[in-house]
Design a protein around this ligand. Structure first.
Ligand code: DX5
Ligand code: ZN
Length: 542
């Protein structure tokens, strides 16, 4: 699965879910958004399933035991292709197929459900038993289907979860993977106050499950755990996904209040803008002290960056030489963080296979370095291997005309804001205008990928390129140049947040909900009040 395509689909799923919830005026945004990456990774990146043939005998099964996350579940199904996402707008309405809790699809009651739903839920604690039943049946039949069950931590209070857990261990159901949405909030309180679950890992291990733990919002970690789960024999697998309730909307995050409450409909546009504005930070390891790449990767991984940007220079397309696929292959073993490989090399087609084999997640080649046919071949081969293809353009270059025919499967366009060749150069401000225009033109022609800003990105230029449409930010010298990597990443992220809050506040003002927005967002806005120049205004809100 292409990393950026997966990210985009997950973003889309959240956007459809929020439209459904605000339209309905009810629903569970918090419980949906903690699990969006989990469901998205399963449906868009992992499970064997076919939306055009939902009853396919060889399909994998997904059982959503925490069924109140219905808006998130429906939107995953819709984005996966089971039905038109626009139908989300009928969520919870009389006569809609998308009710507050999902109903198992049956040909006889088409009007009550949508294809792809295997389980009717609502009462908590039951789904795992159903999953155990299916997994056991498939095993007895000698079938290869795998069963994935999503459970909540709140519902883990139910005794039936543990009965099912015992049974799965007893029957050695290695075709069963359960994912625990560990957001630590249930209803209007915290799980550890209501009924403590920890040490949760030990509990599942003691019930004879193989247990993995991941950050449930990092798709690369979820995918990695699912891959490891496929290698486990004679045991069911539990993936503890540490998540944030309401993730994606900053004022909903980790707040029990938003477990099952809809934001007001008048805020929809601004909420959509927030979801659309997610930004990814990708440190470039060629910057700062020479080489020592492993150490540099470890350090930024600890800071929670999103990707690693790998600048490959061949001494011909650009003057410098950095490293090649063999180095990337070695670095690959260090981390699950996505590798964003930027090939500044002549004739990229001739060595593309090496970079595919090095398991890069994104591979970008320069428009100046290949012809239309060469690019199409590269793009095709990357898509085939589940790698995100990208194209990069130098400050003095425009995107080639032929690119407009390749947009459908293009995941990223790198707009260089320095002439490529080395880290630590000065940002070229004339690129901003180009980025704005290009972003608009690409979108008009159906581009759904990411614009990536590369070259001279620091706290200031990050904000500028962000406003110009970039959503991925490469940072070399700004991260590795000063010696304080921790401080540098905090600073960059803070500036990205300021840029986001400013955009959202402006948007809210345009549609006349400024006061309303500031009230909902007050606790989030406080750290940025000074930079946004809203200190007094914020103070006056009660
Ligand atoms: C430029 C490279 C970069 C760049 C990033 O040739 O593509 O990715 O070095 O480093 P800074 O952020 O220092 O410009
Ligand atoms: Zn680069």
């Amino acid at each position: 699965m292409r990393y950026l395509d997966l990210k985009r689909k997950i973003r889309d799923a959240r956007m459809w879910a929020i439209q459904g919830i605000t339209e309905a005026g009810s629903g569970h945004p918090g419980a949906s958004f903690s699990a969006t990456e989990i469901m998205g990774t399963l449906y868009f990146g992992r499970m064997r399933h076919d939306p055009s043939n939902p009853n396919w005998g060889d399909r994998d099964y997904f059982i959503n035991s925490k069924a109140h996350s219905a808006p998130g579940f429906y939107s995953a199904l819709a984005v996966a292709g089971y039905f038109q996402p626009e139908e989300l707008r009928t969520l919870r309405q009389l006569g809609s197929r998308l009710q507050g809790h999902p109903v198992r699809y049956s040909e006889h009651q088409k009007q009550h459900s949508v294809p792809g739903i295997e389980y009717s839920g609502g009462s908590e604690g039951i789904g795992l038993s159903v999953g155990v039943g299916i997994a056991l049946a498939k095993k007895l039949d000698g079938k290869k289907n795998r069963v994935y069950v999503l459970i909540g931590d709140g519902e883990s209070n139910e005794g039936q979860i543990w009965e099912a857990s015992m049974a799965a261990g007893k029957f050695k159901l290695d075709n069963l993977v359960t994912i625990l949405d560990r957001n630590r909030i249930q209803q209007d309180g915290f799980t550890e106050d209501i009924m403590p679950l920890d040490p949760i890992k030990d509990k599942w291990s003691a019930f004879n499950w193989e247990v993995f733990e991941v950050d449930g919002h990092r798709v690369e970690q979820i995918l990695d755990a699912l891959n490891r789960a496929a290698q486990v024999h004679d045991k069911p697998v539990m993936i503890i996904a540490n998540t944030i309730k309401g993730n994606g909307i900053r004022h909903m995050a980790n707040n029990p209040q938003w477990h099952g409450k809809a934001p007001p409909k008048r805020q929809t546009e601004v909420l959509l803008e927030e979801l659309e504005s997610e930004c990814l930070i990708a440190p470039s390891i060629i910057a700062g002290e020479r080489e020592n790449y492993e150490d540099k990767i470890r350090k930024v991984e600890r800071e929670g960056v999103d990707m690693i940007h790998l600048d490959v220079m061949d001494g011909r397309f650009v003057q410098n030489t950095t490293f090649f696929a063999d180095t990337i292959k070695k670095l690959r073993r260090l981390t699950t963080l996505p590798f964003d490989t930027h090939l500044m090399i002549q004739n990229p087609l001739s060595s593309i296979q090496e970079y595919i084999d090095a398991r890069c997640d994104i591979i970008t080649v320069h428009a100046e370095a290949c012809t239309e046919n060469e690019f199409r071949e590269i793009q095709g081969r990357l898509i085939d291997k589940g790698i995100s293809p990208g194209i990069a353009i130098n400050p003095g270059t425009d995107v080639p005309k032929w690119l407009y025919d390749c947009l459908h499967n293009l995941d990223v366009v790198i707009v260089m804001s320095v002439n490529p060749g080395s880290a630590g150069q000065k940002f070229m401000p004339q690129v901003l205008e180009k980025m704005i225009v290009l972003n608009k033109q690409l979108r008009q022609h159906g581009f759904r990928g990411y614009i990536e800003a590369d070259g001279g990105i620091d706290a200031t230029t990050l904000q500028q390129t962000y406003d110009a449409g970039a959503r991925i930010f490469v940072a070399g010298a700004a991260v590795y140049g000063g010696g304080d990597i921790h401080g540098a990443v905090i600073h960059l992220r803070h500036k990205a947040e300021v840029a986001l809050e400013r955009r959202l506040l402006n948007h809210a003002t345009e549609i006349n909900i400024r006061a309303d927005w500031m009230k909902a967002r007050k606790h989030i806005l406080i750290p940025y009040a000074n930079e946004l120049n809203i200190e007094e205004e914020l103070h006056a809100i009660r």
